[in-house]
Design a protein around this ligand. Structure first.
Ligand SMILES: O=C(O)CCC(=O)C(=O)O
Ligand SMILES: [Fe+2]
Length: 228
């Protein structure tokens, strides 16, 4: 008899995938990146230069060497500095709410915004934002909001050279542009983790790169640990 292996949180991933997709289709500023491999959108001018400057200052205040979910190559894998914003700060709340509203996702599903700073030579190698449900950490994450659905990431400055976000499966490379919000669905329309979302923050060559990231779960997020 054939057995089907259940995909954790599949129904929720399918449902959230569809609702955000429908919302972005009506958003005249949301540009769908032309690829069939993954659902990736760019929204220009999402943050003003003044907001970016303020967010950059906040990243400088919280950034420490990045932590990752268990990975044998942890040290070389994500060399940027990162830190979580204070979710009770009114400015952070307003920024989070604006991203949530644009995607139409309930705020409770969003993880605390994380800021990241890359210096020349620093990078975040190819990875998926979704959780690998066969790994030991999944037992915890399942209870802390479950699988990650969409990622929203904003570029806060222009990088002198390097630092593009690469999606090798989709054959796409997105150069950092100040104020752009990049949004992608980590699942397929069917609600399975989408391997086509493999991506990297490629090495910065010159200058600094500042980004912020908000990851969304399928259920209300409860803090446990950090990671990309
Ligand atoms: O810095 C980038 O371009 C990618 C960052 C990223 O993949 C993440 O924060 O999950
Ligand atoms: Fe990522």
């Amino acid at each position: 008899m054939a057995t089907t292996v259940a995909i954790p949180d599949q129904d929720a991933l399918r449902r959230i995938g569809a609702s955000v997709r429908e919302r972005l289709a009506r958003d005249e500023q949301a540009y769908k990146i032309p690829t069939d491999t993954a659902e990736i959108y760019a929204i220009g001018g999402f943050f003003s230069p003044a907001e970016c400057a303020r967010l950059i200052e906040m990243i400088d205040a919280v950034a420490t060497p990045s932590e990752l979910f268990d990975s044998p190559m942890k040290d070389a894998f994500r060399t940027s500095y990162s830190g979580n914003f204070d979710p009770s700060d009114p400015f952070v709340k307003s920024i989070s709410r604006r991203i949530d509203d644009r995607l139409g996702i309930r705020s409770e599903l969003g993880e605390t915004i994380q800021g990241q700073r890359y210096a020349p030579g620093q990078e975040f190698k190819d990875h998926y934002d979704y959780f690998h449900t066969s790994e030991p950490y999944w037992k915890q994450e399942r209870k802390h909001g479950g699988q990650r659905s969409w990622t929203a990431m904003a570029y806060l400055n222009e990088v002198a050279e390097g630092g593009a976000t690469g999606f090798p499966e989709a054959g796409i490379s997105i150069p950092p542009t100040q104020g752009v919000l990049l949004v992608w669905n980590n699942a397929t329309p069917e609600g399975a983790p989408n391997e086509g979302t493999l991506h990297a923050g490629t090495p910065v060559v010159a200058g600094q790169k500042y980004v912020l990231t908000r990851w969304y779960r399928v259920r209300p997020w409860k803090p446990s640990r950090r990671g990309g």
